[in-house]
Design a protein around this ligand. Structure first.
Ligand code: AMP
Ligand code: GLY
Length: 422
């Protein structure tokens, strides 16, 4: 099969790496890819948001399967476009991708299906939202309705912060149209967990659990980012939570979508808060997580390609998924300043030394090859994953690999998976 992977992050490098191990993968293209994917796939200089050009490329090159990494092209309808062009693509249609692309749509669906989630109110008028703030107990969470690169969620510990978040989102349009409507949600306490599922209509296969570290700094301080590290399996996950997830969350969600005539086909990943009263949905994502994918795929023993095909074809139930019982820890190396302003173009050294370590995979994200050197080209630069017999063994190995790699103003968290019980 000829495969096209859309995107340029660590998640896409991990997907390409795993798919390249499939005996059915004949040729792999990444659009636009990064310096890591260039080593073993063919990078194509087409942006993940240029849907028409991607479809033309897929047609001209007789691509058998396109796998879409990021949320934006899914929300913009890339799968609808590919399907109309008789091209096979892994990911939900535009209407199914609304579970992630509109927090209001997701909340309304959860409410209708009685799916456990935080209490919330939706607003399209800023004055009304501001008035509501006057009678709130803090902290609360203010969320832009649409996609905002993982930055559209603000924890407001007091009324002043809430007012300025509402003003920036709704009046100053700091997230463009994504923040014209907002959700004000109760602040949930607990620990987070990401569970991925391959879904076709009402059929699904859960993948192993993972935990992300969203905040920029050690000790969960600093602003929210796309994710600074992950580990799998999650130490706060168990069989009881899994059966609650299936019966109280996944099954009612898929039923609710089907009731509206929407068949979800692709990867669904609820972000959960495990509270003292059970799991609560923070959000639904309609694609693989980043950096969770970099921790999950090295643990996946089964061939990924037939699983993606079975998700599209609706014969998932014929497959079992095999996992490496070892744990995986992924540490993200970022450019200092991320998720705010940062510099790029710094030379990266030590990648080969890190990759030589046993059970280590170095996934590239914001990297670019310039004159034979690998340079930084984004906020999140690399995701370094190690496997180990315990989480702590995987963690030591991951940090050993990280210590081999250098670039100016490199920032990473020192506490990924720290204190997670084995
Ligand atoms: P979301 O995009 O909705 O998942 O939000 C991003 C991150 O914000 C989550 O992973 C949590 O760390 C945090 N968050 C979102 N909603 C809440 C909530 N209701 N209570 C506490 N933290 C939240
Ligand atoms: N790791 C968070 C996300 O992919 O949305």
């Amino acid at each position: 099969m000829k495969i096209l992977i859309v995107g340029s992050g660590g998640r896409e490098h991990a997907l390409a790496w795993k798919l390249s191990q499939s005996s059915d993968a004949e040729r792999i293209f990444c659009a636009p890819g990064n310096a890591g994917t260039a080593d073993f796939t063919e990078n194509v200089a087409i942006s993940a948001s240029d849907l028409e050009t991607l479809a033309c490329f897929a047609k001209q090159n007789r691509i058998d399967l396109t796998v879409i990494g990021p949320d934006d092209p899914l929300a913009a309808g890339i799968v609808d476009l590919f399907t109309a062009e008789k091209l096979r693509a892994f990911g939900p249609t535009k209407s199914a991708a609304r579970v992630e692309a509109s927090k209001i749509f997701a909340k309304e669906l959860m409410r209708a299906q009685k799916i456990p989630t935080g209490e919330a109110r939706m607003f399209c008028d800023s004055d009304e939202a501001l008035r509501y703030c006057e009678r709130l107990k803090f902290p609360v969470v203010i969320k832009a309705d649409g996609l905002a690169l993982g930055k559209g969620v603000i924890m407001a510990s007091d009324a002043a912060t809430a007012r300025s978040a509402i003003d920036e989102m709704m009046n100053q349009a700091c997230f463009g149209d994504a923040g014209r409507r907002i959700v004000i949600e109760e602040f949930l306490r607990g620990t987070e967990c990401s569970v991925h599922a391959l879904v076709n209509g009402s059929n699904y296969h859960l993948l192993e659990s993972a935990r992300d570290h969203k905040r920029a700094l050690d000790g969960d301080q600093g602003p929210n980012t796309g994710g600074m590290g992950a580990f799998s399996p999650a130490n706060n996950w168990n069989n009881q939570l899994q059966s609650q997830l299936e019966t109280e969350i996944i099954q009612p969600l898929l039923r609710g979508l089907l009731d509206e005539g929407v068949e979800f086909r692709g990867l669904l990943y609820p972000g959960l808060m495990i509270t003292s009263e059970g799991p609560r949905v923070l959000e639904f994502n309609c694609r693989f997580g980043d950096p969770e994918t970099q921790a999950l795929l090295p643990r996946l023993k089964s061939d990924l390609l037939p699983l993606l095909n079975a998700t599209i074809d609706g014969n998932l139930s014929q497959f079992t998924i095999e996992w490496d019982t070892r744990a995986a820890v992924t540490v993200v190396l970022a450019s200092a300043g991320y998720p705010g302003k940062y510099e790029i173009g710094k030379t990266i050294s030590g990648l080969d030394d890190a990759a030589k370590l046993e059970d280590v995979q170095v996934f590239h994200a914001g990297t670019k090859r310039v004159d034979g050197e690998i340079k930084t080209a984004g906020g999140r630069v690399l995701a370094v994953t190690a496997l180990g017999s315990t989480l702590q063994a995987a963690r030591s190995r991951a940090y050993e690999a990280v210590s081999c790699i250098h670039f100016e103003n490199c920032h990473y968290r020192r506490d990924i998976a720290l204190g997670a019980n084995d």
